[in-house]
Design a protein around this ligand. Sequence first.
Ligand code: NAP
Length: 211
Amino acid sequence: MRIGIIGAGHIGGTLARHFARIGHEVAIANSRGPETLQDLVAEIGGPVHAATAREAAAFGDLIVVSIPFGRYRELPVDELRGKVVVDTCNYYPSRDGHFADLDDDATTSSEKLQQFTGADVVKAFNAIYSENLRDRARPPDQPGQPERLAIPISGDDDGAKGVVANLVRDIGFDPVDAGTLAQGGRKHQPGSSVYTAEVSADEAVTLLRAA
Ligand SMILES: NC(=O)c1ccc[n+]([C@@H]2O[C@H](COP(=O)([O-])OP(=O)(O)OC[C@H]3O[C@@H](n4cnc5c(N)ncnc54)[C@H](OP(=O)(O)O)[C@@H]3O)[C@@H](O)[C@H]2O)c1
């Protein structure tokens, strides 16, 4: 698959490594320009190239958005519209500035991203520490491996959610469907019990049901 990644930090950079490792073609972007990503791309090796955010969005069949949430209005909407977008972002007012409709829980950051971009947004990889995402991938079906960590995902389009679930599984984690963006997304955003918890799929299901 062709994957665009917008945001080349702890999460975006780590996902680029995982996706390249299993053979996906990756275009990765940050806010400062492709020339600042040459070291990262060289270090990862494989089918990864640096791009602008607009180029990464146009390149991907699926796009990962992994930036500080407060900057989401800088995203290239024309290139994202109608595509599957994986949203790893979390809302932290101390970093992102205040959004009144998030502070009073009228909506969620992922719904705002979906509304702004017109993409099929799937919230995923937002509830796992980048160190765990980097270090705790486990090969599928390999006997004797410690239990794989769960990645809660949520979204309004079942097809998009299925694509993202397969990707999560392929890189070595267990996807757990939390529901729609509005209901499910709230169950794995900051402050929820499963957020950054190091749990198996069964444990995640229990936490999500109780939420
Ligand atoms: N760190 C974690 O453990 C963790 C876990 C789960 C979820 N998250 C969430 O995932 C998101 C990314 O977190 P992170 O820790 O990976 O952040 P990070 O290490 O600070 O990296 C952020 C990246 O976003 C890029 N960026 C910022 N604005 C951009 C724009 N308008 N267009 C393109 N790229 C832009 C930055 O590029 P420049 O450097 O060029 O500005 C940088 O590459 C955040 O919303 C965070 O809350 C983080």
